[in-house]
Design a protein around this ligand. Structure first.
Ligand SMILES: Nc1ncnc2c1ncn2[C@@H]1O[C@H](COP(=O)(O)OP(=O)(O)OP(=O)(O)O)[C@@H](O)[C@H]1O
Ligand SMILES: [Mg+2]
Length: 475
């Protein structure tokens, strides 16, 4: 993970720029935070313990790119990363997910990352073992003399059929023949000639999952899942014979063989270490647990504050019990985000505010931003629809002034009805293309070209925008 090819802040911003328009402040801050993870691990050991991450709070109206930044960051981070929603948690002691589960999720993610990498590293070795298993199924090797030998090369080519079977001693010539046949078949397997041949293999059966209905009182989630794992491992692992093609067998066996080649204890240790030192937890919708206005109404506010209070030690740094061991949260980076429409950051309990020292505000998106969002990001809406129709051999294209007009309309509806940011582009666009999407391929056949002009945008959408009641429902 953290190696010398780790992205520099400028590179991180450049990567984010491929997907997210504007919001440079936010991008810069997350880029610095991400790079700081790498810097810390390259600092002198005694300083490493002292350097704590500067957690970030992203504030911005709905649909301006907060979650999108987190999502893209996850791809770039090359580190254990989880995104959770603050509103999903409940105070400890109440039914629901407690906040510590975010750390358990992080470790879980880290374990699967490390395991995947290790498996990747032993893939060639595993593939060899799998080839051998497949070969054994096709042409079983001659068993030791004395034991009851299997017939040679059953179910294969005719030249092996002649070779009879003598209980007891197996003549050297038979063994040689068997070896030669196996060698030939090994070639055939490698050349992919036998992919459709059906063979019988042993595959591990996932043991019956042991469910525990309702946690016994006083037992937390970590202990519960540990107990479930333990009970699960007490049920003997069974394997089952299955008849599959060689191609399928390879797929089924590869993971099993790769798993045998890696040391799970080492994976767990490494995964915990990575989660502790490089882990990033993105807490979305943090504003949903802020209690607004301090109105005396009890109920939800009480439990929201409870969630905030439960968050404190985790963000501050504490030890969380997971089934992979104790995880220290001191150096985990937390990025929180919220729209803060109704509540303000200052509605969070002060202790929590203090734990997110870096505040970044995301800017409202302008019409010019909309035009760029429509056209430029790698996953731009125009590109998505073009790809969809290309699947039908229909070439869709958008005139520049059509996109201008579309952005105009989106901005206008945002201003008059409700500001939902860039999400408005989705509703406007789907409205615009609705008919075309329906008519392909029945009325608009393959090889057609569909050009979206400003006039077409006007025709399809203008009336709707003027009629506020209509746009409220449709756009
Ligand atoms: N700056 C931007 N550049 C490109 N696309 C954007 C931008 N902002 C938002 N989008 C698009 O709009 C959609 C919604 O954005 P996102 O999920 O990031 O909103 P959000 O800020 O998390 O809002 P909320 O507060 O409602 O969760 C996404 O599909 C995203 O592609
Ligand atoms: Mg969001």
């Amino acid at each position: 993970m953290l190696n010398d090819t780790f992205l520099t802040p400028a590179q991180i911003v450049a990567e984010l720029d491929k997907y997210i328009v504007g919001q440079h402040d936010a991008k810069r801050h997350v880029a610095i935070a991400l790079r700081n993870r790498w810097r810390r691990l390259h600092a002198p050991a005694d300083m490493q313990a002292e350097i704590v991450p500067n957690n970030i709070l992203m504030i911005g109206a709905t649909g301006v790119g907060k979650t999108e930044i987190a999502r893209r960051l996850a791809h770039l981070a090359d580190a254990p990363f989880v995104k959770v929603e603050a509103s999903k948690f409940t105070e400890v002691g109440y039914v629901g997910r407690d906040v510590e589960s975010m750390v358990r999720d992080l470790v879980e993610q880290s374990v699967s990352r490390v395991r995947q990498r290790r498996q990747e590293a032993v893939k060639a070795q595993a593939a060899e073992a799998v080839e051998e298993l497949i070969l054994d199924a096709l042409i079983p090797p001659i068993k030791h003399p004395g034991k009851k030998g299997k017939s040679l090369g059953f179910g294969s080519t005719d030249d092996t059929e002649a070779a009879g079977e003598e209980p007891g001693e197996i003549p050297a010539s038979d063994r040689e023949l068997n070896e030669r046949t196996r060698a030939r078949f090994r070639e055939k397997i490698r050349d992919g000639e036998l992919e459709d041949r059906r063979i019988e293999i042993q595959v591990a059966q996932p043991g019956p999952s042991v469910g525990i209905m309702g946690a016994p009182p006083g037992m937390d989630e970590a202990a519960l899942s540990g107990l479930q794992d333990m009970l699960g491992s007490m049920v003997p692992k069974r394997s089952r014979k299955r008849k599959v093609t060689v191609a399928e067998a390879r797929k089924l066996l590869l993971e099993e063989e790769a798993a045998k080649l890696i040391d799970m204890d080492e994976v767990k240790d490494e995964a915990v270490r990575q989660a502790e030192n490089a882990g990033i937890i993105f807490i979305d919708e943090i504003d949903k647990v802020a209690s607004s206005g301090g109105s005396g109404k009890g109920g939800p506010d009480v439990s929201r504050q409870g969630v905030q209070r439960d968050l404190l030690p985790i963000v501050e740094g504490s030890a969380v019990n997971t089934k992979y061991g104790i995880v220290n949260t001191d150096h985990i980076l937390f990025i929180a985000a919220g729209a803060f429409h109704v509540s303000k950051p200052s509605d969070l309990i002060p202790e929590l505010q203090g734990r997110f020292p870096i505040r970044v505000e995301l800017q409202p998106l302008t019409k010019a931003d909309f035009v760029r969002i429509l056209r430029h990001p790698k996953n731009a809406l125009t590109k998505q629809y073009e790809a969809l129709l290309l699947a039908e051999d229909v070439e869709l294209s958008f005139d520049d002034d059509a996109l201008e007009r579309l952005a105009d309309i989106a901005a206008e509806v945002n201003a008059t009805v409700e500001n939902i940011g860039a999400r408005r582009l989705h509703t406007v666009m789907s409205r615009l293309l609705n008919e075309i999407l329906f008519d392909v391929p029945d009325k608009i056949a393959a090889h057609a070209k569909v050009q979206i002009t400003a006039a077409l945008v006007e025709e399809r959408l203008a009336d709707m925008v003027k009629n506020r009641d209509l746009s409220q429902y449709i756009l």
